[in-house]
Design a protein around this ligand. Structure first.
Ligand SMILES: [Zn+2]
Ligand SMILES: [Zn+2]
Length: 114
């Protein structure tokens, strides 16, 4: 989970984080350990539903298909903590498109044509 402003994610990173949200919920439901992800600051379980829906909204805004509602069914435990500021820097470092979208004058991600 990057937890940065979804508008600043390139297509690959937006879709990637969305898939991860589903993966984290599945892992949690199977009773598998998320300890490694927690240790590495990759998951913030209590924010999972809100974050997924935020990403799904941004996908819709860009005209990507989203057919996978995330329904935890109950409140998820406060497990893990993500550092959005550090992730923002990391994305800018490793991804040219994310770096471009972070720039204040980028014009934002491509929008769905009306
Ligand atoms: Zn989904
Ligand atoms: Zn990217």
């Amino acid at each position: 989970m990057w937890m940065v402003d979804p508008r600043t994610l390139c297509r690959a990173h937006l879709l990637g984080e969305h898939v991860e949200c589903h993966m984290f919920l599945a892992t949690f439901r199977l009773g598998r350990s998320l300890a490694g992800y927690v240790r590495d600051g990759l998951v913030e379980l209590s924010a999972l539903k809100r974050r997924h829906d935020e990403l799904a909204r941004e996908m819709g805004r860009r005209g990507y298909r989203h057919r996978s509602p995330l329904a935890p069914g109950r409140r998820l435990p406060a497990l893990g903590r993500v550092d959005p500021a550090a992730n923002r820097r990391e994305l800018a470092r490793r991804c040219r498109e994310c770096r471009r979208l972070q720039a204040p004058d980028s014009g934002g991600p491509p929008r769905k044509r009306q």
